[in-house]
Design a protein around this ligand. Structure first.
Ligand SMILES: [Cu+2]
Length: 167
């Protein structure tokens, strides 16, 4: 009897696993929904996005990162300047406030993967060692979606557009 329950519990855990966003904990930080996009062959740069929540009572700062498939990983910000989309590196890093959540997403904050040594391929998991001022080096596995991927569903526009897509 007992083993049947145990088996059932195990199966439900296995089934639930893909639905749960993968979380990485680093000290007081919880990192979720890390994702990236496939890159065309020869493309020099890629992007990375994620959600960072700080459970702690002091701020932390995302300074950048490193990956064995790229020369550098920087934290960037995108903004509109006179109707032109521009981006710049946050040289002092991105602050994650105490008790706060910061979302890196297309059109806003992002990880800029520079000097790609190989293309990122849809379906793979790309490991980036994030570097936080306090939490330190934090390896995070980024799920690589398609070239035009808009991010993990359900996160607004991308999911809605797919649902509205009548063929
Ligand atoms: Cu950038």
């Amino acid at each position: 009897m007992r083993s049947i329950f145990a088996a059932a519990a195990l199966i439900s855990i296995c089934l639930a696993a893909p639905a749960l966003a993968q979380e990485t904990k680093a000290g007081d930080l919880v990192i979720s929904q890390p994702w990236s996009r496939a890159t065309p062959k020869g493309a020099p740069v890629g992007g990375g996005w994620l959600v960072i929540h700080n459970n702690g009572s002091t701020p932390d700062t995302l300074l950048g990162g490193a990956a064995d498939f790229a020369k550098d990983v920087q934290v960037h910000e995108m903004s509109m300047d006179n109707g032109v989309m521009k981006m710049r590196q946050l040289e002092k890093g991105l602050v994650i406030p105490a008790g706060g959540t910061v979302e890196l997403k297309p059109g806003g904050y992002h990880l800029m993967i520079l000097g790609l040594k190989r293309p990122l391929t849809q379906g793979e998991t790309a490991r980036i060692d994030l570097n936080f001022e306090h939490a330190g080096k934090t390896p995070v596995d980024f799920k690589v979606g398609g070239i035009g991927d808009k991010g993990p569903a359900p996160m607004g526009a991308a999911g809605m557009m797919k649902m509205d897509d009548k063929k």
